[in-house]
Design a protein around this ligand. Structure first.
Ligand SMILES: O=P(O)(O)O[C@@H]1[C@@H](OP(=O)(O)O)[C@H](OP(=O)(O)O)[C@H](O)[C@H](OP(=O)(O)O)[C@H]1OP(=O)(O)O
Ligand SMILES: Nc1ncnc2c1ncn2[C@@H]1O[C@H](COP(=O)(O)OP(=O)(O)OP(=O)(O)O)[C@@H](O)[C@H]1O
Length: 299
């Protein structure tokens, strides 16, 4: 019988077989192994764990695990406003009182309260609760995907050198021109799906503010517009933009929606980059260097 695998709450008797690209790995994970796997992120369908241990078979790998969606639309959080007392308590903390629901308020508590108090490297942003509510890991599956961790340089490359990786979810970058779009829906020809979806998400309390990002900018082939897109992603990253340093998130939100970038978030990011980039601190203070670094990183 396979040993019990408890990393994600699998019931007794279940085992986890790992599949590489085209071969089956004869390794079974047990409860004791769970300490070596850290939450890396998730989407609507999969949850991803990164390996933090020292076994050569897993260094530089992530596990991508299928989720079983619960009934109802995934991610549609029910807007619940803060109580009067909570509003009084948090009134001086940027954005918390104006959050459309408690979930977003709770997310803001991490970067706005705990991170400045303890220092960002001591604060784990954790798994967004609305993700946990929207879908549990499918524990009936007996296998998961073992993939290369793309936030790190491949095994052995540039050993000892810092690795900065940028994740962009660009979304659909063009306007449809189909003749099948009725006059009633003519807006679709001039306003991107992303933009329309932003208004819907704001209305449903899924995002704290509209994104400034406009997908066609990123695909425009114009350097200025691409730079604008990067700037906008930096300003309102939501779930479209993340930066990792040596596999750890230094900007954006793991598995969820990041709030608009304020001075505290921007400075924490700059501090993280400062440890690996030569920077001019005067420029940093004026908030220019981050944008410059992004330009260097991405273009
Ligand atoms: O339809 P959209 O534009 O909301 O995109 C969904 C994404 O939402 P977003 O608006 O980017 O937050 C959604 O992203 P999140 O899980 O919300 O981060 C998924 O990527 C979803 O793909 P799938 O259904 O899991 O294959 C995406 O669905 P598909 O468009 O791929 O069906
Ligand atoms: N191979 C990988 N290396 C490093 N990080 C990864 C890898 N695969 C996924 N991730 C991280 O995990 C997150 C969630 O993974 P992924 O997008 O595959 O989930 P999903 O449920 O299929 O997405 P969605 O349904 O939202 O399209 C990603 O946003 C990324 O940050």
């Amino acid at each position: 019988m396979c040993p019990r695998f408890d990393l994600l709450g699998a019931s007794s008797g279940q085992c986890l077989l790992l599949f590489g690209k085209s071969f089956r790995i004869e390794v079974v994970l047990a409860q004791k192994d769970s300490a070596d796997w850290a939450y890396r992120g998730e989407g609507a369908v999969n949850l991803v764990l990164a390996y933090t241990g020292s076994s050569p078979s897993f260094v530089g790998k992530v596990l991508r695990i299928h989720k079983a969606p619960r009934n109802g639309s995934p991610g549609a959080s029910i807007p619940t406003l803060l109580s009067t007392h909570e509003q009084l308590l948090w009134r001086d903390i940027d954005g918390i009182v104006s959050s459309p629901n408690k979930e977003i308020a709770a997310q803001l508590y991490v970067p706005h309260v705990m991170s400045p108090l303890l220092g960002p490297k001591y604060v784990d942003p954790g798994r967004p609760t609305w993700r946990a509510d929207a879908g549990k890991v499918d524990t009936h599956q007996d296998s998961v995907l073992l993939l290369t961790d793309h936030s790190l340089f491949p095994h052995g490359t540039l050993k000892g050198q810092p690795c900065i990786s940028v994740e962009i979810k660009p979304k659909c970058g063009f306007l449809p021109v189909s003749r099948f779009i009725s006059e009633r829906n003519a807006t679709k020809r001039s306003i991107t799906r992303f933009r329309m979806h932003q208004f819907l998400k704001l209305h449903q309390g899924q995002i704290p503010e509209l994104s400034e990002y406009n997908p066609p900018d990123l695909f425009s082939k114009s350097k200025d517009r691409i730079y604008k897109a990067m700037n906008d992603l930096f300003t309102t990253p939501q779930n479209n933009f993340r930066v990792f340093l040596n596999g750890s998130l230094v900007f954006g939100q793991l598995g969820g929606i990041a709030h608009a970038t304020n001075l505290v978030i921007s400075e924490a990011f700059e501090d993280a980059l400062k440890s690996v980039c030569l920077i001019n601190s005067d420029l940093f203070r004026r908030g220019l260097q981050t944008r410059l670094n992004l330009k260097l990183l991405v273009l």
